[in-house]
Design a protein around this ligand. Structure first.
Ligand code: GSH
Length: 228
């Protein structure tokens, strides 16, 4: 049995949790809330990151980074629909995942983490002792910048769609859809294509998508209820 250490409100974790269900891989989910920096967790994952997959099949027994987890398990179990083996199709999926973690997610984090109550990263305005006005300006700039990479996902990666994986959702689709789940916390006006896309992901993956999404949506609702 695979062990996946998770934090339920996190969309990085949602991606891996949706994947495990969509792939039909029997998994024990272990809630790591409050434990990611414990000596036991750090011994397995010095980066204190969730999702973290624990299995004796791995050279060091543990693997983190949501996309790497999905790639590894797709390769191991021959999940070619979720992660195509044809080089050009695979390149498209890989490129989308790098763009997501390297560009889109960075902006989504800066825009949403203050509202979610998550800490920002060292060196960023939001994590500094800058004034509230400077932090607001940084958050507003990040929010405004989300539109461009979103357009790239729509035009270049999804294209005629309905998915990056063409007719079926791929691991890049799981990663993108999960990321979009944070945007309602800042009332971000999702473009019409993105709403259709999320609906198509829910229909294609059903409970595999909706169950982990419910944890993220529940957390966002909780945050909202505290503020309104
Ligand atoms: N790029 C990573 C991001 C993982 C990440 O930021 N995980 C956060 C939760 S959203 C975490 O586990 N933080 C706990 C900690 O740093 O102690 C991925 O996609 O897996």
């Amino acid at each position: 049995m695979l062990k996946l250490h998770i934090l339920k409100p996190s969309v990085n974790n949602m991606a891996a949790r949706v994947f495990m269900r969509a792939a039909g891989l029997e998994t024990e989910e272990i809630d790591a809330w409050g434990h990611t920096r414990s000596p036991a967790f750090l011994a397995k994952c010095p980066a204190h990151m969730t999702p973290m997959l624990e299995t004796p099949d791995l050279p060091k027994g543990a693997l983190w980074q949501s996309c790497a987890i999905m790639q590894y398990l797709s390769n191991k179990h021959g999940l070619t629909t979720l992660y195509p083996t044809e080089p050009a199709k695979r390149a498209q999926v890989d490129s989308a995942m790098f763009c997501l973690t390297g560009t889109l997610y960075q902006l989504v984090a800066r825009a949403t983490y203050p509202a979610l109550g998550f800490p920002l990263y060292p060196g960023e305005v939001g994590a500094s002792d800058a004034s509230d006005a400077a932090k607001d300006a940084a958050r507003t700039a990040a929010t405004a910048a989300i539109a461009e990479p979103l357009k790239v996902f729509h035009a270049a990666f999804i294209g005629k769609g309905p998915f990056i994986g063409s007719a079926n959702p791929s691991i890049a689709d799981i990663r993108l859809a999960a990321t979009l789940e944070f945007l309602p916390v800042i009332d971000y006006p999702l473009p019409a294509w993105a709403k259709t896309y999320l609906g198509a992901m829910e229909t294609a993956l059903g409970k595999a998508y909706l169950e982990p999404a419910a944890d993220v949506r529940g957390y966002i609702q909780h945050v909202w209820s505290q503020k309104h």
